[in-house]
Design a protein around this ligand. Structure first.
Ligand code: NAD
Length: 246
């Protein structure tokens, strides 16, 4: 057992306002590649190009090639033990909310109730022209036919935040409130370089919160963290839950 995990469990037992910021790394063990996974979706589709709103506006058909694959990968995925552990920490009343950068809905599927989706959710589609909203399940994406709006016939966009788009205002203000009030912030599976999400742990730490990072490797945030838990979140988070159950 990692001694640092024992320290984290002690900190959490005394906490009153713990939050978690999660990133693509927490879903890698569910089979959804993060931006670094070799041989995955992002090897074929450079996120700087395909995840940009400017590209979507200029060439939506090309970006939909990537979206079809992204929806296929996320639809086939189930929550892993890291997602389930965070749901457990919420039910034990330790974790007040998850702020996730992920768009895969896996925290909700794991049973977490308080989830702020900072970058939206790929299960929903939106018309950029008339704002009509759709569930992705209304369309047969396996047919590779690009979904269009029934009112204005424009190509639909997944309800996710592309590079160059604003964060939904509700998510932004709620996250800011939680970050300012937090006494502990767990930062799990994020390289912490995509802003403004990456400012959340920095705001919390600036207000005196303990910053605990769970990652396979060091990140831009590591020198700022109070404790680093190295390893896969699917292994370290269940171990943490076990310690808190004792
Ligand atoms: P990132 O790809 O930049 O970084 C992922 C981080 O997770 C890395 O630091 C990596 O070392 C770590 N990691 C990988 N596997 C891990 C594991 N098993 N346990 C612990 N840590 C692990 O991801 P990011 O920081 O979230 O930024 C990427 C952006 O792309 C986000 O805004 C997100 O919206 C989007 N994205 C989302 C998904 C998804 O919804 N699942 C997938 C890919 C990208």
């Amino acid at each position: 057992m990692d001694n640092n995990l024992l320290k984290v469990a002690e900190i959490i037992k005394k906490s009153k306002n713990m939050i978690a910021l999660t990133g693509a790394g927490i879903s890698v063990e569910s089979g959804i590649p993060d931006f670094r996974s070799a041989g995955g979706l992002w090897d074929r589709y450079d996120p700087a190009i395909y995840a940009s709103i400017h590209s979507f506006i200029r060439m939506p058909e090309k970006v939909w090639d990537m979206i079809f694959e992204m929806i296929e990968v996320t639809e086939g995925a189930a929550p892993n033990s890291a997602h389930l552990s965070l749901a457990k920490l919420e039910s034990m009343n330790y974790l007040k909310t998850i702020i996730t950068q992920n768009i895969d809905n896996l925290h909700q599927e794991a049973g977490s109730k308080n989830v702020i989706e900072y970058h939206g959710n790929a299960k929903h589609l939106v018309c950029m022209s008339c704002n009509a909203e759709y569930s992705a399940s209304e369309f047969d994406v396996s047919s590779k036919e690009i979904p269009t709006c029934e009112y204005c016939e424009k190509i639909l966009k997944p309800s996710v935040v592309f590079f160059g788009e604003n964060i939904p205002l509700d998510a932004l203000t709620e996250s800011q409130k939680f970050a300012e009030a937090a006494d502990v912030v767990l930062v799990i599976g994020t390289s912490a370089v995509v802003y403004p999400a990456a400012s959340i742990p920095r705001i919390a730490k600036g207000r005196g919160a303990a910053l605990i990072e769970f990652n396979l490797e060091r990140t831009d945030l590591s020198s700022y963290a109070d404790i680093l838990i190295s390893g896969s979140a699917g292994k370290t988070l269940p171990e943490l839950v076990k310690l808190l159950e004792q």
